[in-house]
Design a protein around this ligand. Structure first.
Ligand code: FHN
Length: 434
């Protein structure tokens, strides 16, 4: 067999059995890790999650002392160099009386999202849960006085959504020894190990022991964390919740899967397990001036594109200080959910496209044993696919099972399509193969 054919045969074979390896430090060592294989099963099936960035930054919502602060909403403390003492005053105003855990989780459910990751503590250092490690938390420092994480964890359990925490383990602009705040604290005087022992570790422990089983711990901005600290974070998770995944940004490739850059969808298939965190507008934390909402067509395309390349889509919402998820996000998520209700078979638990490079084609292909799901975003008379080594036995529309005529030659497969698109946004053609 020629080299190109061998590669192609391997690609098709990998659809049946994906060889998974654990990425170890530096990537030198590759071993199959059975425990990880078990842990990550749900994540491979889930494909679509809700990210929630919610914290004190939702109060200024991008405006400080009458001035719009450029950049991400949740970075306002850093961008405006707000002193710790001043920023901490926001807690006294934080009273999200419209917060309803059940409504948020129900929205995720209706959107077709299978897991929910929420900021327990972002870089501003404020704990959005009842922490005994500090009084700088939502229960002790705000008039609200409730623990929204408890309510969300219970709602998630009730609705069958995996509950997960985001925790900023390296940056903490409130703590004098953590990374990030050089306007209140002199970097040369910092002792990261002190922050790690007295805040980060005990808080990670709290999150792993107070909210029931977690789907994953989502760490962020590892910066120059030492190998030992990153390993300690992972070991803490492993010792307290062996089934809980750790995302790639814990540092030193020690996570269970790879985290892509924010809103960075790779050009082609990636053979590892991976996820892309993404925004619906531009910011993560609520920002009143950010109305750059992505159209639902783009969001659905992104979801299919990501799944066809082997990844998960973690799509963010930034609730207001009152506890409301902005309406433009709600509308879009509900539209995605409506699409998934009909076409979810092409997404949940689906595997990578055998047609590569993926970006060469206007459609996207996802796979299950014996089936290819081809999602078209522009409707045409015929769908032309490159050569498929197996015999195609049937082609039909996913929406209603209508059979489609097709012609298979060694070079290509041509499927004849009905005159109008079954779905105005994206329609799925199923090919059954031997
Ligand atoms: O700095 C954060 C940012 O605020 C946001 O939380 C994103 C989400 O992936 N992570 C960091 C930047 O990559």
């Amino acid at each position: 067999m020629k080299r190109r054919e061998t590669i192609k045969a391997l690609v098709w074979a990998s659809l049946a059995t994906t060889v998974n390896v654990q990425r170890a430090r530096g990537g030198e060592q590759k071993v199959v890790d059975e425990a990880r294989e078990r842990r990550i099963k749900w994540f491979r099936e889930a494909k679509f999650g809700m990210f929630i960035h919610w914290g004190l930054y939702a109060i200024p919502a991008g405006i400080w002392k009458g001035k719009e602060i450029p950049g991400l909403g949740e970075w306002i403390m850093f961008r405006a160099r707000i002193p710790v003492k001043e920023y901490a005053q926001l807690a006294k105003q934080f009273n999200p009386t419209k917060f309803n855990a059940d409504e948020w989780v129900q929205l995720a459910k209706e959107a077709g999202q299978r897991y929910l990751v929420i900021t327990a503590k972002h870089h501003d250092g404020f704990a959005m849960y009842d922490s005994k490690v500090t009084d700088y938390d939502i229960v002790d420092a705000t008039p609200f006085g409730r623990d929204p994480m408890k309510e969300l964890s219970e709602a998630c359990r009730k609705h069958g959504i995996r509950f997960c925490f985001y925790y900023s383990h390296v940056q903490d602009w409130h703590h004098p020894d953590a990374v990030g705040n050089d306007w209140d604290y002199d970097p040369s005087q910092k002792n990261f190990a002190r922050y790690w022992e007295e805040k980060a570790k005990p808080q990670i422990r709290e999150l792993l022991t107070q909210y029931g089983p977690l789907g994953l711990m989502w760490f962020d901005t590892p910066r120059n964390i030492s190998y030992e600290h990153a390993l300690e974070a992972v070991q803490l998770v492993r010792s307290l919740q062996p089934d809980c995944l750790v995302n790639g940004r814990v540092g030193h490739n020690l996570g269970d899967y790879r985290e892509m850059g924010d809103n960075r969808i790779p050009e082609d298939v990636v053979e590892e397990d991976w996820e892309v965190p993404a925004t619906i507008n531009d910011t993560w934390g609520y920002k009143v001036t950010d109305n750059n909402w992505k159209p639902v067509e783009r969001l659905i395309f992104n979801l299919v594109d990501i799944v066809s390349k082997g990844g998960n889509y973690l799509l963010n919402v930034g609730p207001t200080a009152e506890g409301i998820i902005p309406e433009p996000s709600v509308e879009r998520l509900l539209a995605m959910g409506r699409w998934l209700k009909v076409n979810g078979e092409a997404i949940y638990g689906a595997g990578r496209s055998p047609f590569r490079p993926v970006n060469k084609y206007p459609w996207r292909c996802t796979t299950k044993p014996g089936k290819l799901f081809v999602t078209l975003f522009q409707w045409t008379d015929t769908l032309e696919l490159p050569s498929i080594p197996q015999q195609v036995t049937r082609a039909h529309l996913l929406v209603d099972g209508t059979s489609l005529k097709f012609n298979q030659t060694p070079e290509k497969v041509v499927v004849r399509l009905p005159s109008s698109a079954p779905d105005p946004i994206a329609s799925v053609v199923v090919l059954e193969i031997e």
